[in-house]
Design a protein around this ligand. Structure first.
Ligand SMILES: Cc1ncc(COP(=O)(O)O)c(C=O)c1O
Length: 384
């Protein structure tokens, strides 16, 4: 199988990730923080080391402000619902995933207003439009770093500057960029960073994190056991325990630990440069076929390794089925959990076939995908 569905979750993972998961389950699989024996201590050590690795990768000072979650959706809900209060206002954009749009929509029921800033037909955001949406009740700005539909890279530096100027916290959804693009939370003025562990960070599914670079309070959404202050019926009010009720996903975090070590060793610059080379070949080749419609920014400078396409006159699910059945190529068709983003690029009715690259894809994968698309387009033409 040629796997080009890395925007959904990365595959394969580095071998060290699988080994680390197995070791956590077979060698020291006790409950960290719930016992004082050697196995529990080893689990707690791995968890703390993983906080340190995340803090290092994203330049956050305090590893205790790295909160483990179960995916990016969990991190985004935690921040959006934990920060906003009735009477507040939040600014977000048209290119967001449902894991941003839906919590924001839900918060309308609690008297929290929102403004969704329109984006261009290539998925681009004009930071000036975002600035105009700010009002005196604005308590949070939430944007994606990279669109999961078009691969468009957002101007996060400018957005961070706007947030600094207006003293509004910035929540960045780095689901499609963490582990691929360099993210410096301090330099970019990111107050809260939501990341999945299972995409670019190369960890297992069921992992994610929220990194906190702010003194603004996040109200917890859950209370429960933390292994700390066990004599009290009140939930602890210090990080990370405040936001981490219940048993951790230790095997998942151990796998994420190995994924992070791989990324820190190889470097995000190297990973991005690898994906950009493949992206260049893919787009240059596809452009030669007038039957293939490519969405997203014209310039490679503004796009990551996510490429949505359609073949003229063909349904995206049909194309993806042929790719799977006849060519052994895994992609995602249809709508991509980002309804307003589809409107921005005009694919809300037809969807798109999304190809997404990962750090282990090779040139031959890209050549195979180009050949397959050309053949499918030609066969579609012949059956008309
Ligand atoms: C931009 C974006 N945000 C949020 C999410 C949700 O991530 P998760 O599935 O880890 O909750 C995704 C998943 O594809 C995404 O692409």
């Amino acid at each position: 199988m040629i796997y080009l569905d890395n925007a959904a979750t990365t595959f394969p993972k580095p071998p060290s990730v699988y080994e680390s998961v197995m070791k956590a389950m077979k060698v020291y699989g006790a409950n960290p923080g719930r016992g004082s024996h050697a196995m529990a201590i080893e689990g707690a050590r791995i968890i703390y080391e993983t906080r340190e690795l995340l803090a290092e990768l994203f330049n956050l000072d305090d590893p205790l402000k790295v909160i483990f979650t179960f995916n990016a959706t969990d991190s985004l809900n935690m921040a959006i619902k934990g920060i906003l209060k009735p009477g507040g206002h939040v600014v977000t954009t048209q290119m967001e995933h449902n894991s941003v749009l839906r919590p924001i929509k839900e918060m309308e029921k609690n008297g929290i207003e929102n403004t969704i800033v329109k984006c261009g037909p290539d998925g681009s955001l004009n930071p000036y439009d975002l600035e105009k949406a700010i009002n005196k009740s604005t308590k949070l700005i939430v944007t994606t770093h990279v669109s999961n539909l078009t691969g468009t890279i957002f101007p996060v530096e400018e957005i961070g500057e706007i947030c600094r100027a207006y003293k509004i916290p910035y929540l960045l959804d780095a689901s499609q960029s963490a582990g691929v693009l360099t993210i410096d939370m301090k330099k970019l003025n990111i107050s809260f960073l939501a990341v999945p562990g299972h995409k670019g960070l190369l960890g297992p599914q069921g992992t994610g994190a929220l990194l906190i670079n702010s003194d603004i309070e996040i109200k917890q959404l859950k209370e429960g056991g933390t292994g700390s202050q066990s004599s009290s019926m009140e939930h602890p009010d210090f990080y990370p325990d405040k936001l981490e009720a219940g048993t951790h996903n230790l095997p998942g975090i151990a796998g994420l630990n190995a994924g992070l070590k791989y990324i820190l060793k190889r470097g995000t610059e190297s990973i991005y440069s690898h994906e950009k080379k493949l992206l260049d070949i893919f787009i240059t080749e596809l452009k030669k076929n007038p039957k293939i419609i490519i969405y997203g920014p014209e310039s490679l400078e503004y796009r990551s390794g996510v490429v949505p396409v359609n073949i003229e006159g063909m349904d995206s699910s049909e194309v993806a089925n042929i790719l799977d059945r006849e060519y052994g190529i895994a992609v995602r068709p249809g709508l991509h959990c980002a309804p307003l983003a589809h409107k921005a690029i005009g694919t809300e009715k037809i969807g798109a076939v999304r190809f997404s690259l990962g750090p282990f894809n090779k040139r031959k994968d890209i050549r195979a995908a180009v050949k397959a698309l050309n053949e499918i387009a030609a066969a579609g033409e012949n059956t008309k």
